[in-house]
Ligand binder design. Structure first.
Ligand code: SF4
Length: 74
């Protein structure tokens, strides 16, 4: 499963809640904003979405994850 992690920097207040809650260390603080530097490690658990007070985070399943699940032998 692959996930795209996006942070709306206009909404991010830099409280670091996502940095603290993420079990795989996806986020890093850069210039007062959370940045998803390890997106490949995302589990899609949505814990960061739940703790974010400004609803700045979006998690979406990537197209490549769908494709790999649909591949069937010829
Ligand atoms: S969904 Fe879970 S694993 Fe992915 S960035 Fe958020 S807290 Fe981390």
């Amino acid at each position: 499963m692959a996930w795209r992690v996006e942070v709306d920097t206009d909404k991010c207040t830099g409280d670091e809640e996502c940095v603290n809650v993420c079990p795989t260390g996806v986020f890093e603080m850069q210039e007062g904003k959370a940045v998803p530097v390890n997106e490949d490690e995302c589990l899609g658990c949505e814990s960061c979405i739940e703790v974010c007070p400004s609803a700045a985070i979006t998690i979406t399943e990537t197209e490549s994850a769908h494709r790999s699940g649909q591949r069937t032998p010829a």
